[in-house]
Design a protein around this ligand. Structure first.
Ligand code: ADP
Length: 832
């Protein structure tokens, strides 16, 4: 632009000098064609008014043709040249003014106006010069020249003033070079970005695209895409409408537009193009053009689609996924991670997972293994305890995979985490269950070893001493008595053992019921003391029992169960104490809603290690099996006692110092007993004798009894006892024999074992009843569990005795049964 101005100014200055020269020439010509010699010329003066009134008065001058001796050729040369110059000088301003109008952006428009005026003035000068050949209006010609002179000097002055500004303008060559450089730079940038350029002329609907844009759209010369419509028609059919709408919006709102569209390339594959357009307004302020660029986004779009797909998969998976940069800082996490940890993605971005997910119980060894693997750019799998935002611990199966780029540079780590909390919990439970099963198994093995020992010990006594009884040499009456005592006590011990197992089985299966009734705690303690007195005396221990409170006459509890509990605890105290004393201290504590009976059993025995104090209450557990094996025992006593105490509404606690002794405290609910209490008394001191009461045995004279049992010893025992009591006794080995016997003979009472070969007692009892037998059938069975009694009664038995049978129990039961039956018969006879 500025170069152009420079050129114009150059032209103007040339023209100005040319015109000046032109004027000089005319003056010379005129002078040479003068009609009179200079010495003859008389000059007269014009007034200003006279001059302008005679502006077109040609009377004072001859026509130029007549001034001088013009040849025709020379005259017409002047005339035609002047006219031609006028024509040119008239046209030049017109062109300049048109130019100015078309390029209103040009700088220095004033100088162009001046130049146009100057040229026009010159042109008029030449026109007048041509006319003077016929019409010598020299005054007007002078005015025109004066005007031309004024305009040319104004132009000169303006030019001089403009000069510094004009000189500052870059030259056309520099501008051209700059333009070329800028163009080249722009082109390189467009090429580097693979950006095409397009243009659409709104009025003419002419659409044009540069080479890159054409290539991008697969446009060839043959396609003849010259209008916007033809361009849009070459695109993917689904995107045409949208593109049209976008352009319409852009035109109506006069805004820039950006749009993505698709097209098919020559191979039929889809290409994704992104275009940005800008509205260029015309002079009228209306959109004149839409120019813009287009970029081939196919690779990027396909990459994005791929990433989107992967991201969708990673987001959708129920396992948590974390992507970090090569330094381990989190770049992306999926929803499962957010759900599992409770952190938002903003909270974890840029942080290292280990910094906020690990906690106090996270295994540092595992963490170190993970770190080592990552330092070596290796894949790593591990199970780890992590912590959620709220502090909740959870287990994860973690897999971390390093991701490398094409040049094998580490770019990312992808970590997948599967929540295995539930799995770990189940495994822990399983391990715990296995361990406790192993412990139980171990305890049971120990128990079996103890049982074996415990069973063999009394059996040894029974078998050994019965052997001795068979030999005359050892059988002095005193010895006999002593051996028999041992056999009996061994048998009783066996019974205790079996009862213990049964009790525990009953308690554990929930079959032991607690029936409470008033009973005397003093009597219970008395019995317990009397039972252990012989043992205590034998060991040379002091044995004391006292009340720390008033002695209640009665309490409401289950007497037999309380007794059993105390037998266990006191029995242990006696068993594990070799010197010193065993003391029983009882007290009753009353409260508004009832009372509590507390019994301390204090010994100076071997004591119990601290770590075993809880364990000894578990079934089959013994504080030290080697020690206890020495003392004997089954490991059942305290387990039973604890259960019994709890069933009786209380508890059992222990304090012990190893090597010094133990205090077992038994607490039971004693119910509400408003009865008077005796003052505290001291029971059973160490000198009190052991009293075993003998019973008054019933007389069974003449009672006919059928004793049925498949065991010889049992049949023999029943025969001997009943026979001694005066009864008439028959025996049978199974149910079938019993049924047959009952049908032919007339027994008054039947003692019936329930588990026998050939026919069991249940079947036999029902058949005997069907035969019309109405006398007592007493079930004698080793099945001593709850429900067994009912089962026997249902089958037709009238009484129930559990094995092992005691002499007294057998005789009393039979005697009562016979008594009742005879009363019943008498009643019936009276009624008849
Ligand atoms: P056991 O038949 O072995 O005595 P218990 O269940 O009654 O079974 O007792 C469990 C264990 O508790 C005993 O083996 C013994 O180790 C310990 N124990 C119980 N009472 C005492 C006590 N008074 N002194 C020392 N140890 C005791």
């Amino acid at each position: 632009m500025s170069a152009f101005v420079r050129n114009i100014l150059l032209m103007i200055s040339l023209a100005t000098s040319f015109a000046a020269c032109d004027a000089t020439l005319a003056a010379e010509t005129e002078a040479s064609g003068c009609c009179a010699a200079p010495q003859d010329r008389q000059f007269h003066a014009d007034t200003a008014g006279g001059f302008f009134s005679k502006l077109f008065d040609a009377s004072d001058y001859p026509a130029r043709w007549y001034c001088g001796s013009w040849t025709l050729e020379t005259g017409w040369l002047h005339v035609i040249s002047d006219l031609a110059i006028f024509g040119a000088y008239f046209t030049i301003p017109l062109v300049l003014l048109y130019f100015l109008r078309q390029r209103p952006d040009l700088p220095f428009p004033k100088i162009i106006w001046l130049f146009a005026a100057f040229i026009l003035a010159c042109g008029f000068g030449h026109l007048v010069e041509a006319g003077i050949f016929w019409w010598p209006i020299y005054r007007f010609s002078g005015v025109i020249k004066a005007v031309t002179a004024i305009v040319s000097w104004i132009t000169v002055l303006v030019l001089i003033r403009m000069l510094p500004d004009v000189l500052n303008l870059p030259s056309l060559a520099i501008l051209g070079q700059q333009l070329r450089i800028a163009n080249k730079r722009l082109d390189s940038a467009l090429e580097a970005g693979n950006i095409g350029v397009w243009e659409w002329d709104v009025d003419s609907d002419r659409f044009a695209a540069d080479e890159r844009a054409q290539q991008m759209h697969g446009i060839t010369a043959a396609d003849r895409i010259t209008t916007l419509v033809s361009f849009i028609d070459s695109l993917h059919e689904d995107d045409r409408e949208e593109l049209r709408d976008a352009i319409c919006r852009c035109l109506s709102d006069i805004t820039n537009c950006s749009i993505n569209y698709r097209l098919y390339d020559a191979q039929g594959s889809i290409r994704y193009i992104q275009a940005h357009g800008k509205i260029v307004l015309g002079e009228n302020g209306k959109p004149k053009k839409l120019v813009g660029v287009c970029i081939d986004q196919t690779e990027l779009t396909e990459y994005h689609n791929e990433v989107e797909k992967l991201s969708l998969v990673a987001s959708g998976t129920r396992h948590s996924v974390v992507i970090t940069d090569q330094y381990g800082a989190i770049e992306w996490v999926n929803n499962a991670f957010i759900k599992l940890t409770g952190y938002t993605s903003e909270e974890v971005m840029g942080r290292k997972p280990g910094e906020f997910l690990q906690g106090p119980e996270t295994n540092q060894g595992t963490v170190e293994i993970i770190r080592k693997a990552l330092r070596a750019d290796r894949q790593v799998s591990a199970e780890l305890l992590n912590y959620a935002k709220d502090g909740r611990p959870y287990w994860i199966a973690l897999e971390i995979e390093p991701v490398f780029d094409d040049e094998n540079r580490l770019r990312h780590y992808i970590a997948t985490q599967v929540d295995i909390t539930e799995q770990v919990r189940r495994t822990d439970e399983l391990i715990e269950a296995m361990e406790s099963a192993e412990t139980a198994n171990h305890a049971k093995s120990q128990f079996l070893a103890n049982m074996s020992h415990e069973i063999r010990t009394p059996l040894n006594g029974i078998i050994g001493f019965t052997d001795l009884l068979m030999y005359e040499a050892y059988s002095s009456p005193e010895e006999k008595q002593e051996f028999l005592q041992t056999v009996r006590s061994s048998g009783l011990h066996l019974l205790t053992l079996i009862n213990g197992i049964l009790d525990l089985a009953k308690i554990e299966s929930g079959q032991m019921s607690v029936e409470r009734s008033p009973c005397s705690p003093q009597e219970i303690l008395d019995e317990v003391v009397s039972i252990f007195r012989p043992k205590v005396n034998e060991k040379g221990l002091k044995f004391a029992c006292r009340w720390d409170s008033k002695v209640p006459k009665q309490v409401v509890t289950n007497g037999p169960q309380l007794k059993q509990l105390l037998l266990n605890v006191v029995g242990n105290a006696v068993k594990f104490t070799n010197e010193g004393q065993v003391e029983i201290v009882a007290r009753l504590r009353e409260c508004p809603v009832g009372s509590q009976l507390t019994i301390d059993v204090i010994d100076t025995g071997i004591g119990i290690p601290d770590d075993k104090l809880d364990e000894i209450f578990h079934p089959f557990s013994q504080a030290d099996s080697s020690v206890t094996r020495r003392f004997g025992g089954t490991g059942l006593g305290l387990a039973i006692s604890k259960n019994l105490a709890e069933m009786l509404g209380g508890s059992i606690e222990v304090k012990s110092v190893e090597g010094e002794g133990s205090v077992f405290t038994v607490i039971v609910d004693a119910g509400v007993m408003p009865e008077e209490k005796h003052p505290a008394t001291r029971l059973g001191d160490e000198t009190a004798p052991c009293v075993l009461k003998d019973s008054n045995l019933p007389n069974l004279n003449g009672v006919r009894i059928l004793a049925v049992d498949d065991g010889d010893a049992n049949r023999r025992f029943m025969s001997v006892v009943l026979d001694h009591a005066g009864a008439e006794v028959w025996t049978a080995e199974n149910g079938k024999e019993a049924v047959r016997f009952a049908a032919t003979q007339t027994p008054e009472v039947i003692l019936l074992d329930m588990q026998m070969p050939v026919m069991d007692g249940y079947t036999a009892a029902s058949l005997i009843r069907l035969q019309g037998f109405e006398g007592p059938i007493i079930a004698v069975t080793a099945h001593a569990m709850q429900g067994d009694r009912e089962k026997c009664l249902e089958s037709g038995c009238s009484e129930y005795l559990s094995k092992p049978l005691g002499r007294d129990e057998l005789l009393h039961t039979v005697a009562f049964a016979v008594h009742d039956y005879r009363l019943q018969l008498a009643e019936q006879n009276r009624n008849v």
